[in-house]
Write a protein that binds this ligand. Structure first.
Ligand SMILES: [Zn+2]
Length: 86
């Protein structure tokens, strides 16, 4: 879900002026990509075995919280609001 974030070349001045997304729980600016795994039963999947589906998520390095997409979007909105204050 975050595959395309680094693909577009960005003007350095624009990048320098941009804010880091910060964790809403602890204020950390450092995150890492983690995977959660959903299991789909073989009955629901229509296959011979149960299926495991990895789901990408972001985890805070500071407090270890794993964010939902909604929480991530909220933090992105906050970081965007900070830009307009300057
Ligand atoms: Zn945190």
């Amino acid at each position: 879900m975050f595959e395309n974030t680094q693909q577009i070349p960005i003007d350095k001045k624009i990048l320098d002026a941009a804010n880091f997304v910060t964790c809403f729980k602890c204020g950390s600016e450092e995150f890492r990509s983690v995977e959660k795994i959903k299991v789909i039963s073989k009955i629901a999947a229509g296959s011979k075995t149960d299926m495991l589906v990895p789901i990408s998520a972001m985890q805070c390095i500071g407090c270890k919280h794993v964010f939902t997409d909604g929480e991530m979007n909220d933090m992105i909105e906050v970081a965007k609001m900070e830009i307009t204050k300057h």
